[in-house]
Design a protein around this ligand. Structure first.
Ligand code: MN
Length: 317
């Protein structure tokens, strides 16, 4: 029987009251009895505008308005699984390599305890140590990546591990099946016309935003499901995949992106899949003091929680 952890109810504790936690889940230090850990990852090794280190706590603040039941699927992840905000994963704000090592070790402890992570970033570099920890080269996974950037650069400033290279690293390390990577929302200017060659040569499915808008949401989701197949899948949402007119609070925005509804549809479409974990990254609170970007981020974090909870429930039988 699941030891269900109940989020704060706005019906008994007002939304503006209580200690802020991710998705209003209870805060727990211990992984004991947990199915899903909501993890803040306050990392910031960004290449342009900064602020991602403040992302997790802004998502906690705006979590006040995220209620426990999914309005569309009527699923309550907190009833299906034991979910807690386990606080922030350890980072070294002065050292990327040390941060990656700390994060990998932390997520390995989650994997060892059979706890699936749903993470609030942090820059997109965090997805690399997360996948190194929970992935397995003997059983590579699929990825749904909503993003404006392909994140397959070989290295930047001589550094192979950075927030624009994680996809290439996880493919090179065999953790992810390249032909089962579905990237959507990719757009904007390139450094070179051949920037995407590596991805395409390795069979990564790159759906540029232009193509997405040409074929429409329904067909794009079908295409994503074809790519993912019946593989285990990890979901990563870079907020710069969302249109910057509604989500300006991110470091490297690109015009003409997806809506919140588009992103939600992609996540919900994986509701029957074995989703091993998920993240929402690149939220920069100082770049959107209204909190609008954070509200999109946090509601998408909730959608991710729902599909991970559904996956765990099915696996239990
Ligand atoms: Mn990215």
């Amino acid at each position: 029987m699941t030891d269900t952890a109940i989020p704060l109810s706005e019906l008994s504790i007002p939304m503006y009251s209580g200690v802020p936690t991710l998705l209003r889940a209870p805060h727990r230090e211990s992984l004991e009895g947990l199915d899903i850990a909501l993890v803040g990852v306050p990392s910031e090794f960004t290449l342009y505008r900064n602020g991602t280190r403040l992302g997790p706590n802004q998502m906690r603040a705006v979590s006040a308005m995220v209620r426990p039941v999914n309005g569309e699927t009527l699923l309550n992840p907190h009833e299906l699984c034991t979910v807690a905000d386990v606080g922030d994963a350890p980072v070294n704000p002065l050292n990327l390599a040390a941060t990656n090592a700390l994060l990998q070790e932390y997520y390995e402890s989650l994997a060892a305890a059979d706890v699936r992570p749903v993470s609030a970033g942090g820059d997109h570099g965090v997805t690399l140590p997360i996948l190194r920890a929970i992935g397995d080269p003997d059983s590579p996974v699929a990825i749904l990546q909503i993003d404006s950037h392909h994140d397959t650069h070989g290295s930047i400033f001589g550094e192979p591990d950075n927030h624009a290279s994680f996809v290439r690293r996880v493919i090179e390390e065999g953790i992810v099946e390249p032909t089962a990577v579905f990237q959507v929302g990719i757009r904007g200017t390139l450094y070179n016309p051949n920037d995407l060659d590596w991805a395409r040569e390795h069979g990564v499915n790159v759906m540029r935003a232009e193509e997405f808008f040409d074929i429409g949401l329904e067909r794009a989701v079908e295409r994503m499901l074809e790519v993912v197949g019946d593989r285990r899948v990890y979901i990563t949402i870079d907020l710069d995949g969302v249109d910057p007119t509604i989500a300006p609070g991110t470091g490297v925005p690109e015009p003409a992106g997806l809506s919140h509804r588009d992103c939600r549809a992609f996540v919900q479409a994986l509701g029957e899949h074995d989703v091993i974990g998920a993240d929402v990254v690149e939220l920069s609170p100082p770049l959107d003091p209204t909190g609008g970007t954070a509200r999109i981020a946090t509601n998408l974090l909730f959608e991710e929680l729902c599909v991970v909870a559904a996956a765990i429930t099915r696996a239990r039988g």
